[in-house]
Design a protein around this ligand. Structure first.
Ligand SMILES: Cc1cc2nc3c(=O)[nH]c(=O)nc-3n(C[C@H](O)[C@H](O)[C@H](O)COP(=O)(O)O)c2cc1C
Length: 311
């Protein structure tokens, strides 16, 4: 069989393959155990304008189908990011996608302009799943109009791809996805963690210091696969699937549902080389099914005619 093509495009960003880390689960320290140059892109933890301490502890707990976290975007601020982190990533040839969190639309736009102006940054992921302090702390991505305004303004300050990371904690993900596409988003990350809670029955206390946190890992995957499919039905920009990908089969499932690229988070904690294994498993699948170009697999889910009376 001729050579496999795993190269994909996210707006004007070319990636050598569709696999990259999910923000917050990966850092430059991992370069000693993982060849970064084999990854489609590098996505460090979300950065905030000012340093932040993060939430009450405990901030993570394990559950039988994944984990819950409530880190609270612990961050050393944008100055540190530019002066210390960007140079660390400059030596790798995989493109850097910078993830940004903000407290207001204005702060997101200001941060986008600052971060995108650096040569080492190839695209911007906007973590619109974080709380909007100007709107009762409700996540930006829960409101279609706020999402639209935020993306539209961010697009005005850079030509680099803008990728909003949607929150799955909404009734209608399609409405938010359409608003982001209409505002000019170059791709959509589907999605962040699902709001969750776990209680220690021996102490009667929540296992997370902030009571609730975000569910990640295997339990999240079917919800995300459903959302990727739903979003792909109403938008035409690339989708980056994120949530519960533990192996190559999970990544392929998301691609078949409609994702052009896939992020890997919790799996990195179990196996720091998980992303490289996933790339290899995708290649084996492509050889097995005679698929020479990964792009040909995107959104190929076969749906039989639906029975309108079925639930
Ligand atoms: C410890 C931890 C920290 C995270 N920090 C961020 C973050 O800073 N920004 C962000 O957009 N998502 C963050 N996330 C969410 C992940 O990027 C990803 O959306 C989520 O973990 C689901 O993917 P997974 O099931 O593959 O882990 C974090 C997740 C975890 C577990």
């Amino acid at each position: 069989m001729s050579e496999l093509n795993l190269e994909i495009n996210i707006g004007n960003l070319k990636m050598k393959n569709p696999i990259m880390p999910a923000s917050g689960t990966f850092g430059h320290e991992m370069a000693s155990i993982l060849d970064f140059n084999k990854l489609g892109a590098l996505v460090p933890k979300s950065i905030t304008k000012y340093p932040r301490g993060g939430n009450n502890t405990p901030r993570v707990c394990e559950i039988n189908t994944g984990m819950i976290n409530s880190i609270g975007i612990q961050s050393k601020g944008v100055e540190y990011y530019i002066n210390e982190l960007l140079p660390e990533y400059a030596s790798f040839d995989s493109p850097l996608i910078a993830s940004i969190s903000g407290d207001s639309v204005e702060e997101f736009v200001e941060m986008t302009e600052i971060i995108a102006s650096h040569e080492g940054v190839s695209a911007i992921e906007l973590n619109i799943s974080c709380p909007n302090l100007e709107n009762d702390g409700q996540a930006f991505g829960m409101d279609a109009e706020v999402s639209y305004q935020l993306i539209k303004k961010a697009k005005e300050v850079t030509d680099k791809p803008i990728i909003p990371k949607l929150t799955p904690n909404v009734t209608n993900i399609q409405e938010i996805a359409i608003a982001c596409e209409e505002a000019g988003a170059d791709a959509l990350n589907v999605a962040n963690t699902l709001l969750a809670m776990s209680i220690d029955i021996h102490t009667g206390k929540p296992k997370i210091g902030n009571v609730m946190g975000g569910l990640s890992g295997p339990a999240l995957k079917p919800v995300i696969v459903r959302m990727i499919y739903q979003v792909s039905q109403v938008t035409s920009i690339p989708i980056i699937g994120c949530g519960g990908v533990m192996n190559g089969e999970d990544a392929l499932e998301m691609i078949i549902a409609g994702a052009t690229a896939v992020q890997v988070g919790t799996a990195n904690f179990i196996n720091p080389a998980a992303m490289l294994d996933i790339i290899e498993e995708i290649e084996l699948y492509m050889m097995r099914y005679d698929i020479s170009d990964i792009n040909d697999l995107v959104g190929t889910v076969k749906i039989d005619a639906l029975n309108p009376t079925a639930v």
